[in-house]
Design a binder for this molecule. Structure first.
Ligand SMILES: [Mg+2]
Length: 375
């Protein structure tokens, strides 16, 4: 079954909305965000969340690096009619170049893993060796477009998700979590998933697919410590129907068995076995799009990324029509996101009004830079 424009838009707009809802409270503890405002329900002004912290200035309704990188991957897919790591590298480096008003380039709020990988890209490492060890969620946060593009080609999906992940993350734990997200974006965009049985079946299908990818990855990269993100998915499937906090607690316990650098205490910890599993669980267990995303971001912690992944999957599942209108209205660069979704579903670059990626990324980064200056 092909991915419709409605589901493709749901996926990318859902990702951007979840990302933008979580962005102002990224890194905030759950109890603080609940105490502060009773939980996020709308695009918040970061100034009301983090009093006087200049670095936290954020344009309300604007997505972060998670969606920025997802749009870059979408662009590569439609340009080359498939994932091409060399073109992705070119685009990552192009956005890193200083531009008028953007002395540090157009990449926004990137993490240390990504910046280290960028340096290796610039230094000319082979495309599959630019990644650095990290079991974080930074690969999983950007691969949903791969699921949309390769919905009818599971082998292509697995290969593309692995390559797009290894480009920054040389750790099978981060890569296998990304494979699970790409698979579920494809599955949810092409199935009707309603009711406990269908939800559990989706999770079991994702666990199977991810296990195959883990075997393939272990053969391809014997230097990497083997991953078993598939085991987290099976665990959650086995708990289907249990109370939400019991499942989230089980995810935290299981994540601690996957060798995190420090003990995991939050289901929204950036460690992939925690936050990616949490985002997947909420997208499948919540009754609608709005709850999938608000439950995700209000866990605090890595709120933008848990919101982005949960939003991408819930959007693929329920379509753009399920996203609350107030979130669509307030979303920055909505037309740019829609143009990429339509190109992924239609198989070609958009027509009139199509804005090339570097120009789009710079325009968006400049609007954010102006907010920071004005604060
Ligand atoms: Mg982010």
């Amino acid at each position: 079954m092909a991915v419709t424009i409605e589901r493709a838009r749901g996926c990318l707009l859902g990702q951007a909305a979840g990302d933008a809802l979580g962005a102002p409270i990224e890194g905030m503890a759950r109890d603080r965000t609940l105490r502060h405002n009773g939980g996020v329900r709308d695009y918040a002004d970061a100034r009301t969340q983090w009093t006087g912290q200049l670095g936290r200035a954020h344009l309300p309704g604007l997505y972060t690096d998670d969606t920025q990188q997802a749009l870059l991957i979408a662009d590569v897919l439609v340009e080359r009619r498939g994932f091409d790591a060399d073109l992705a590298r070119e685009r990552y480096l192009e956005l890193a170049r200083p531009a008028p008003g953007l002395p540090r380039g157009a990449h926004r709020a990137t993490g240390g893993t990504f910046r280290a990988a960028l340096q290796r890209m610039a230094a000319g490492y082979p495309s599959m060796l630019t990644g650095v060890p990290s079991a974080g969620n930074g690969a999983a946060m950007r691969v949903a477009p791969i699921g949309l593009w390769y919905a009818a080609d599971p082998d292509g999906l697995r290969r593309a998700a692995i390559e797009a992940s290894l480009q920054t993350h040389a750790d099978a734990r981060g890569v296998s979590a990304a494979v699970a997200v790409a698979f579920l974006a494809s599955y949810l965009a092409t199935h009707t998933v309603a009711g406990d049985d269908a939800e559990r079946a989706a999770l079991e299908a994702a666990a199977l697919f991810t296990r195959d990818a883990e075997v393939e990855l272990a053969a391809q990269r014997p230097d990497l410590r083997p991953a078993r993100f598939s085991g987290v998915l099976s665990l959650v499937a086995g708990l289907w129907g249990a109370a939400r906090w019991d499942v989230l607690r089980a995810i935290v316990c299981e994540a601690n068995r996957h060798g995190p650098a420090r003990p995991i205490t939050s289901p929204a910890d950036p460690f992939a076995a925690a936050s990616v599993a949490t985002a997947i669980y909420l997208a499948l267990a919540a009754p609608d799009f709005e709850q999938a995303v608000t439950q995700a971001v209000n866990l605090g912690g890595d709120a933008d990324t848990v919101g982005a992944i949960s939003g991408a999957l819930a959007g693929a599942r329920w379509g753009a029509g399920a996203i609350p209108q107030r979130w669509l209205d307030g979303l920055e660069n909505r037309q740019g996101i829609i143009s990429r979704a339509d190109a992924l579903a239609g198989g070609a670059k958009g027509g009139a009004g199509w804005e090339e990626l570097p120009a789009m990324a710079r325009r968006v980064a400049l609007s954010q830079a102006r907010v920071r200056e004005g604060w």
